[in-house]
Design a protein around this ligand. Structure first.
Ligand code: SAH
Ligand code: SF4
Length: 355
């Protein structure tokens, strides 16, 4: 196993363009651009054999090699769903932690779902990642590397590049705020990967200070808030983090976010049979979100070993949606993508660790 210094060693993939240019102080911008192009257009995994690198850049890279690495996680598992629309990767980081990245196809367009932490500290009872606990935050480069892995996979199949990105893999993005914002700056840079901010969604369990900071900093990404319950009692039974950031505070933060940014907020609701899928609960959700520019994404539960619940029946989901509509709240029932590849958050890692 690599030494701790190896884990903490910064990588070129941790640096947005301006930080990279600063790091390359004294070299002409031509070299920063050449390196950036190799990293993010060519999605290079080896910088030693690139004919286009001029001697000053070569020399700089040789010198930087002692304190800067690149992120190129090893592929530990690769599974495809039987319908061919979802592919799930388990990537092994330098300290042998494994994280999940999912590539999904919707109407011929590709979305990557990436992880922001190894494990998660929030402990949502139905979530495989929550059930495994928190190990560590990911560095920006470890988040960027997942997108690059998805891009390389698409390129190898002659498919168009990624169109959308969702931060809905393992971990809580707003618990790793700075690294996530740096990664998104790199990923949305028009000189490189170029996934526009309007095609990027951050999903949060409801870290109130993080939501307020996103609003304060006018971050241009979409925000999705995982609710799952419309009363404090219902929600905290599923989402222990609700005790730290109570529902009333969370909704107040969402209202502030909406007012400051003028953006619609997406609310995620995992539908669990008999637990949070009744028309009465839908009506409470409608009342809770009154006046907010909101859209609800209903996600039937993906069963996990650590939680006894089951997914709501289609009829219950339809009725839930009807009640929301009557309250003026638009909603979508998300398809369960690739359940046969354990595409629920954290589930592939759990499965592989059992082998
Ligand atoms: N930590 C963030 C983002 C990662 S989880 C968050 O919680 O929002 C992404 C989404 O997947 C969340 O809405 C989460 O509630 C949902 N999810 C997790 N486990 C699930 C499961 N077993 N079935 C259905 N949805 C699940
Ligand atoms: Fe963490 Fe999100 Fe899973 Fe909750 S649902 S445990 S916040 S990854």
């Amino acid at each position: 196993m690599p030494a701790v210094s190896e884990i903490q060693r910064r990588s070129l993939h941790d640096l947005p363009f301006t930080a990279l240019a600063r790091e390359m102080d004294g070299l002409s911008p031509v070299h920063t651009k050449a390196l950036w192009r190799a990293l993010y257009h060519e999605t290079a995994t080896d910088l030693t054999q690139r004919a286009e690198f001029l001697p000053p850049l070569r020399r700089w890279l040789d010198g930087a090699a002692s304190h800067l690495s690149i992120d190129h996680p090893e592929l530990a598992a690769d599974t495809a769903s039987s319908d061919g629309l979802t592919r799930k990767f388990l990537l092994r980081l330098v300290d042998a932690q494994t994280i999940e990245t999912v590539l999904m196809r919707f109407d011929g367009r590709f979305t990557a779902c990436v992880s922001t932490q190894a494990g998660c500290a929030m402990g949502c009872v139905f979530c495989a990642t929550g059930q495994m606990g928190f190990t560590r935050h990911l560095r920006p480069g470890e988040i960027v590397a997942q997108v690059l892995h998805a891009q390389r996979t698409l390129r190898a199949r002659d498919e168009p590049g990624l169109r959308n990105l969702v931060l809905m893999g393992m971990g809580e993005p707003l618990h790793n705020y700075d690294a996530v914002m740096t990664a998104l700056e790199i990923i949305s840079d028009t000189r490189g990967i170029n996934i526009g901010p309007s095609r990027i969604t951050i999903s949060t369990v409801g870290v109130v200070p993080g939501i307020l900071r996103l609003a304060e900093e006018q971050r241009p990404y979409h925000l999705a808030v995982s609710l799952h319950g419309a009363t404090e009692e219902d929600r905290s039974a599923l989402v222990p983090a609700s005790r730290r950031w109570p529902l009333a505070e969370l909704i107040a933060a969402c209202r502030t976010y909406g007012a400051k940014t003028g953006r619609r907020i997406f609310f995620e609701w995992t539908l669990i049979a008999g637990q949070n899928d009744s028309p009465a609960q839908a009506a409470k959700l409608g009342a809770l979100l009154t006046g907010l520019d909101a859209h609800v994404n209903l996600i039937p539960l993906n069963p996990t070993n650590g939680f006894a619940g089951t997914a709501s029946a289609t009829a219950a989901a339809t009725e839930f949606q009807r009640t929301l509509r009557a309250a003026g709240l638009p909603s979508t029932v998300r398809q369960r993508r690739g359940i046969d590849v354990a595409a629920g958050c954290g589930q592939l890692r759990v499965e592989k660790s059992r082998l």
